[in-house]
Design a binder for this molecule. Structure first.
Ligand code: GLV
Ligand code: GLV
Length: 327
């Protein structure tokens, strides 16, 4: 009989149909947000799961799903996985790298430009009927071209943003990362490695693209915001929790930095109420990878991981090497 798969959220119906050619599929076309207990109940008899990045896969859930062998996340980030618990339980995890890199880098750049040039703040002013006359200083922002771009997290997406900045906008690119890029990649991205403190002190624009881990929790908090230039902008397209949103709201309100662009939030889809009331922030609902071709590519790669795992014995883009498990 076919392996049994749970698709935890609504996804492209034709991709669910593709999964049905290989698996016995329980899906969620109504897109109900299941509680952890409801998810565990549905996984109790499953061999595999298709998740979208917000379902927590931890030891308690794995204990309730004794037959589970693989969880395919439709996201490059997989901080919803307790990877150690999955590895110990013999459960394969997979993500969707590469297919979203350029689309997400495009969005990071769009959010940077919208933030530095105050595009949404000025649009709200116009829509509210407040534009009665032009003035020489209205909505003056900060320049992108020729400025210093500081990138924290120089994975594939960070490199894509560096290339856009250096080659497209003549930016001086500096970066901080756990490890340095090769000299070849540094030359290609025209990016110079610096310490985190130097980056925060000297960048005109700071873009965050680090994966969320306990070590990257609050990479930017009150102390880091205090190092930044009062004219600087901050962009977070990484994960909620990389920035201390409460501290950021204070810094924005007191204009200790000029502006922020946020696509991800601590506790999303809830947003810190103070961020909703400060004017100098651009807010988007976790859409950095949202183009039709890219979201389809992500869903297809997650599906391909399930198919390759059960039919060829190995997934395409694993995030762990599970322990052999007698189950
Ligand atoms: C989205 O945030 C992703 O990790 O792909
Ligand atoms: C994320 O890890 C990336 O690809 O930059």
């Amino acid at each position: 009989s076919k392996p049994r798969i749970l698709v935890a959220r609504a996804i492209f119906p034709d991709i669910v149909e593709r999964l049905r050619q290989h698996f016995e599929v329980q899906d969620n076309p109504e897109d109900v947000i299941w509680t952890p207990a409801e998810l565990a109940e549905r996984l109790a008899d499953k061999d595999g799961a298709f998740t979208t990045g917000s379902q927590r896969i931890d030891a308690a859930l794995l204990a309730a799903a004794p037959g589970l062998r693989i969880v395919a996340n439709m996201a490059v980030g997989y901080n919803n996985f307790d990877v150690d618990a999955m590895t110990a339980a013999g459960v394969q995890g997979t993500n969707t790298p590469d297919v979203l890199t350029e689309t997400t880098a495009d969005f990071g750049f769009a959010l940077l430009m919208a933030t530095a040039r105050r595009m949404t703040e000025s649009e709200h002013y116009l829509r509210a009927g407040q534009w009665t006359k032009w003035s020489y200083d209205m909505f003056s922002g900060s320049d992108i071209h020729g400025s210093t771009l500081g990138i924290i997290g120089m994975g594939r997406i960070g490199q894509g943003i560096a290339r856009r900045g250096a080659h497209g906008f003549g930016m001086n690119v500096i970066y901080h990362n756990r490890s340095r890029l090769s000299p070849e990649l540094e030359a290609e991205c025209k990016a110079r490695y610096v310490g985190k403190e130097e980056l925060l002190r000297t960048a005109d624009h700071v873009v965050l693209v680090v994966p969320y881990t306990p070590a990257s929790h609050h990479t930017i908090g009150a102390a880091e915001l205090a190092l930044m230039k009062p004219t600087a902008t901050l962009v977070n397209i990484a994960r909620g929790g990389i920035v201390d949103d409460a501290a950021l709201a204070v810094a924005l309100r007191e204009q200790r930095i000029a502006a922020a662009g946020l696509d991800v939030f601590e506790g999303e889809p809830s947003v810190h109420p103070d961020l909703l009331t400060v004017p100098n922030v651009v807010l988007t609902p976790h859409i950095a990878s949202a183009t039709v071709p890219t979201r389809r590519a992500m869903a297809n790669l997650a599906a391909d991981n399930l198919i390759a795992f059960f039919e060829q014995g190995a997934p395409l883009t694993p995030v762990n090497t599970p322990e052999p498990r007698a189950r």
